[in-house]
Design a binder for this molecule. Structure first.
Ligand code: SF4
Length: 319
């Protein structure tokens, strides 16, 4: 079942040079009880898509059209207060470099208590009891962490504390935006394992937003690939990694370095992502695509089902 549906979403940023259409008619289904992933290079629009869903766009960001349906309700039509409630109680998010969002002058215990009291009335004892269980779930010592100030914790401990805090209100969907960026490789792998445990223990619906494909391969059930404000491909993790259809997805997979593989077989995608101030006509990937033909330059390919729910936007798979 889909827990969240995005339909034809368009988001612009007004900048000095003009209008940047950062999300350009995106439709996407997020499956309940699964780890969904949204991948793409930096600047492809994935964080803006999340900000639009959560109503956390910067002041120069505007949702021009589209719907974001959470359990049959278009949350873009709700008032500010209702969206704020949904943002923590139903959809929680761990933003990039979230460790820095802890208040440096408050003990962790106070921050857990404040988070809950901002949304509902509950006794401090009950909140701290639940906080302790969640901290145990992320393999931290509750007595030590709850009594600490943020500067007394390492980067990895702070990130795990934030993940525990995001689960405090028992959200139905947890969004993780680059959850392991700014962490060393060992801590990254620890956090991935821990997220898998949380997903398995709670059947927690997750949306993992990242440019880091190895993390996706380890965690995700279903993957959407985004490029220059568009969704190019959606499939199961096996389809995306072993049978990619879109030339851009295949390029991303070929560009992953492997510890064991032959580095000479790594093939970076030629060229650079386009400027969103003046994106290419037709298929936005055509200047970098070895299969581009005339129609690709003129007309945008639709996102079609190539079989069994494996979606792709490429003329190699549609008329
Ligand atoms: Fe390449 Fe054309 Fe497919 Fe775009 S639509 S990815 S340019 S073949």
């Amino acid at each position: 079942m889909d827990i969240l549906k995005v339909r034809d979403l368009v988001v612009d940023y007004l900048v000095r040079e003009g209008t940047l259409r950062v999300v350009s008619g995106v439709s996407l289904d997020i499956k309940g009880g699964k780890v969904n992933a949204l991948v793409g290079e930096s600047g492809c629009g994935k964080t803006t898509l999340i900000d639009a869903i959560l109503n956390t766009l910067p002041p120069n960001g505007y949702i021009r059209s589209g719907k974001v349906i959470f359990k049959d309700v278009d949350i873009l039509r709700l008032g500010e207060e209702e969206r704020r409630r949904i943002r923590w109680e139903k959809i929680a998010v761990v933003f990039q470099a979230a460790q820095n969002s802890l208040n440096p002058v408050m003990k962790i215990s106070e921050q857990f208590v404040e988070t809950v009291l901002a949304h509902r009335r509950e006794t401090k004892e009950k909140i701290l009891e639940r906080a302790a269980k969640l901290l145990e779930m992320v393999h931290l010592d509750p007595a030590q962490v709850l009594n600490s100030y943020p500067h007394e914790l390492s980067g990895g401990m702070k990130q795990r504390t934030i993940i525990a805090m995001s689960l405090l209100l028992d959200p139905e969907l947890l969004i993780l935006d680059e959850p392991t960026s700014a962490l060393d490789a060992l801590t990254q792998s620890y956090i991935i394992g821990m997220l898998r445990e949380i997903h398995e223990a709670k059947k927690q619906s997750m949306l993992l937003v990242t440019h880091d494909l190895p993390i996706v391969a380890e965690l995700a059930d279903r993957v959407a690939v985004m490029y220059a404000g568009k969704i190019f491909e959606v499939g199961t993790v096996d389809e995306i990694f072993y049978e990619p259809l879109h030339p851009y997805t295949a390029g991303l997979i070929n560009a992953i370095p492997s510890i064991y593989g032959d580095l000479s077989k790594m093939r970076p995608i030629p060229g650079n992502p386009p400027s969103l101030l003046n994106p290419p006509s037709g298929c936005r990937f055509h200047p970098r695509c070895q299969y581009a033909k005339d129609v690709c330059k003129r007309k945008e390919p639709p996102l079609v089902d190539a079989g069994g729910g494996h979606l792709v936007a490429c003329y190699r798979y549609s008329g």
